[in-house]
Design a binder for this molecule. Structure first.
Ligand code: SF4
Length: 374
């Protein structure tokens, strides 16, 4: 006998909100929901699970895309080497430090230093300039630092950690080898996976992520969500493709918003105590509330206006208007009964996550974080 879809959804949510793990078939079921009312139930379950670990607190990440040069040709990316339309810039050290300070003063919890795989930086033996930049940003901002330089040698990951980097972000985009070949043209699937493992061994927290709407099947989505959740990632993300002019995937359509929101919610159900971004880089400020309501707990891609900086998926949206700032985001949080966490909360969570990933048995000290401390 086949049960009605809505009934199956309720049963799954009942189980998972009581601590059961989601099975592959259940993930497929949740990702296939098309009814808004049923989807709202999934989002409510994701918020319930989130609030157990994080209360109503949300983290805010400042984003500095400091070089848009890249040696790669990812088929979805506006900044791929062959795209003559893409704006190219490379910010110098003093500009980057000024922006990091401005972001820190505005109240973000972390500085995300992102670049394309800039040939000039990747050509440099030992990546000395990048390592020094991380140390300087850490010092001037007084904040945790995430670095997203692409694939770098293991020794460089160790040196980045020693220089003060806390996070290494490297998105696989898909965990299907076949699709990976069509997205990250000429790049190694294994090397990307390995780089995250090496970063974790170097003592860094790690972020993985996927893109939706790039030709993946439902089974690919399920596989990716499980892959990201089964690893020691501190932060996991899904983002929708925003088709970019003059790229091989420019003919595709961005997936429906519901598709991304369900993927965020399922990711939350799979990863109750991890960080899940609500990126401002897909729909700007306008898309923030929906992503937070689906269970995300980090606002990423906060960019100071009038600094000539770009976003990744949306190179200009809401940047000069000041929408992608702490001041722009705060009213949305308030409206949703959420609030920006303190920096102490953020550091506390990072320690919790590192202890847990190292397999140290101190994670019990953080049990109930941060709700127990409210
Ligand atoms: S996604 Fe990153 S590595 Fe790929 S082309 Fe764009 S900037 Fe380069």
């Amino acid at each position: 006998m086949e049960f009605p879809k809505a009934y199956v959804t309720s049963r799954i949510l009942h189980r998972v909100t009581r601590g059961a793990n989601l099975r592959p078939g259940e993930i497929t079921h949740l990702l296939s929901i098309s009814c808004r009312q049923e989807a709202d139930e999934v989002f409510a379950a994701a918020r319930e699970v989130r609030s157990r670990y994080f209360g109503n607190r949300v983290f805010l990440y400042g984003f500095i895309y400091f070089s848009t040069y890249c040696r790669n040709n990812c088929s979805f990316c506006y900044y791929r080497q062959d795209n003559g339309l893409s704006p190219r810039y490379r910010k110098d050290r003093s500009e980057i430090l000024g922006i990091a300070k401005e972001l820190a003063d505005s109240g973000v919890h972390l500085i995300d230093l992102t670049m394309g795989e800039d040939p000039e930086i990747h050509r440099q033996e030992g990546y000395g300039q990048l390592i020094e930049l991380v140390a300087a940003v850490k010092q001037v901002s007084g904040l945790p630092v995430m670095v997203s330089p692409g694939v770098v040698p293991e020794e460089t990951l160790r040196q980045l950690a020693e220089a003060g980097a806390d996070w290494y972000a490297l998105y696989q985009e898909t965990h299907s080898r076949q699709l990976f070949k069509q997205l990250r043209l000429g790049q190694s699937f294994e090397m990307r996976n390995l780089a995250r493992i090496q970063a974790e061994k170097a003592g860094l927290l790690v972020e993985d992520g996927i893109l939706l709407g790039v030709g993946e099947s439902l089974a690919d989505r399920v596989h990716s969500l499980r892959q990201m959740s089964g690893r020691k990632n501190g932060q996991v993300r899904v983002m929708s493709l925003v088709p970019q002019e003059d790229t091989p995937l420019s003919h595709l359509q961005s997936p429906s918003r519901l598709t991304e929101l369900l993927a965020i919610a399922v990711l939350r159900l799979l990863n109750p105590d991890r960080l899940i971004p609500a990126s401002l880089d897909v729909e700007g400020l306008q898309g923030l509330a929906g992503r937070l309501a689906a269970g995300a707990n980090v606002v990423t891609s906060i960019i100071p206006p009038a600094q000539g900086l770009a976003g990744v998926s949306q190179s200009t949206l809401d940047i000069n208007e000041g929408g992608r700032t702490v001041a722009g985001v705060t009213p949305v949080l308030k409206q949703m009964g959420l609030t920006a966490a303190s920096l102490l909360d953020y550091r506390y969570w990072m320690n919790f996550c590192l202890e847990k990933e190292r397999g140290h048995n101190h994670a019990h000290r953080y049990r109930g974080w941060p709700v127990a401390r409210c």
